[in-house]
Ligand binder design. Structure first.
Ligand SMILES: Nc1nc2c(ncn2[C@@H]2O[C@H](COP(=O)(O)OP(=O)(O)O)[C@@H](O)[C@H]2O)c(=O)[nH]1
Ligand SMILES: [Mg+2]
Length: 302
């Protein structure tokens, strides 16, 4: 039997979806007050579903950050879109995020089309209002209202934490009452190993260009506490698709790899609140983005 306390708790799952690069992962980190989902100025940074757990005295919101909805061609990208679309059918409410600086898409060519079959309440988040003059926002709002019958529209800036306060109360209107699904003291179900591999991937997105970030995967080879030295020792492999990419990631005299490693180590030390030794290797796995078996090894297609 539920206690009175549990009856007054709202608890449910929210799917954070939308086109690539609109600020979905930035919002999840902003709401959590800590970084669990990696962010970069480049599209398609997020490849998996990242679960963030937001707790209040009378709620628990499980928020699922997803890869961006886009026209996918390679097996890797198809898997990414599949993850985002699957999320639409598994949540209590959909948070659909767009970037207000982009033109409102044409009716026949819009990711809001994906919402039609979902049969879930939906909240439109108009993000990046810090980049737009106030008077230019209204036409954008009107444009999206014509595209899809969203239950609520909220203009925000995830980066500046503007408008984000009202988001949770708005979401709670759509969530069922019930006990918390996760303990109150954990921010995510992701393992430290996974987040560490993501941090390395984020630095590759930040420090390399063109096709390089998209040709890269990171696997953690070992992760252990070296108590004699008082640090965590992590070995990781960066996979690339061909030898020219290996050269670019390593850089002249190993400079690029050092830069990636140093930036990653700083974030990992923040995350684990402990000194860390990070050793990175670069290996070629020919055309891995098209290799279904290797994608399975990375955890896709489950
Ligand atoms: N100016 C501005 N930039 C933002 C905002 N939210 C996110 N960004 C930037 O947009 C880029 C993509 O963000 P990210 O969270 O990775 O987007 P995602 O692909 O939808 O997860 C990053 O460079 C963010 O810093 C915002 O509210 N305002
Ligand atoms: Mg993202």
């Amino acid at each position: 039997m539920q206690t009175e306390m549990e009856n007054s708790i709202k608890s449910g799952v929210v799917g954070l979806v939308g086109p690539p690069n609109v600020g979905k992962s930035t919002l999840l980190n902003c709401l959590l007050g800590q970084k669990i989902s990696i962010v970069s100025p480049k599209p398609q940074t997020t490849r998996n579903r990242i679960l963030g757990i937001l707790n209040g005295p009378d709620y628990q919101v499980i928020m699922l950050d997803t890869p961006g909805l886009h026209k996918a061609h390679t097996p890797l990208n198809l898997e990414m879109v599949k993850i985002a679309l699957k999320t639409l059918t598994e949540v209590d409410v959909i948070l659909f995020m767009v970037d207000v600086t982009f033109p409102v898409p044409k009716k026949e060519n819009t990711p809001t089309e994906y919402l039609k079959g979902s049969n879930r309440p939906s909240v439109l988040l108009l993000n990046k209002i810090d980049l737009l003059d106030k008077e230019d926002l209204l036409p954008v709002i009107n444009g999206y209202q014509e595209l899809y019958p969203f239950d609520t529209l909220i203009p925000i800036s995830a980066l500046k934490h503007d408008g984000t306060d009202i988001l949770i109360p708005e979401l709670l209107k759509f969530l069922p009452s019930g006990p918390r699904l996760y303990p109150e003291d954990i921010p995510t179900d992701a393992t430290e190993r996974f987040i560490v591999s993501e941090i390395v991937r984020e630095k590759i997105f930040l420090y390399t260009d063109q096709e390089i970030p998209y040709s890269t995967a990171v696997a953690i080879d070992s992760f252990h506490e070296d108590s004699s030295k008082g640090l965590i020792s992590i070995h990781a492999t960066i996979f690339v698709e061909k030898s020219s990419q290996k050269g670019i990631i390593i850089g002249k005299g190993g400079k690029k790899l050092q830069q990636i490693g140093a930036a990653a180590r700083k974030d990992i030390e923040n995350l684990l609140a402990q000194r860390c030794f990070l050793k990175l290797w670069v290996k070629i796995r020919k055309n891995w983005t098209k290799n279904v078996n290797f994608l399975k090894e990375l955890g896709f297609g489950g």
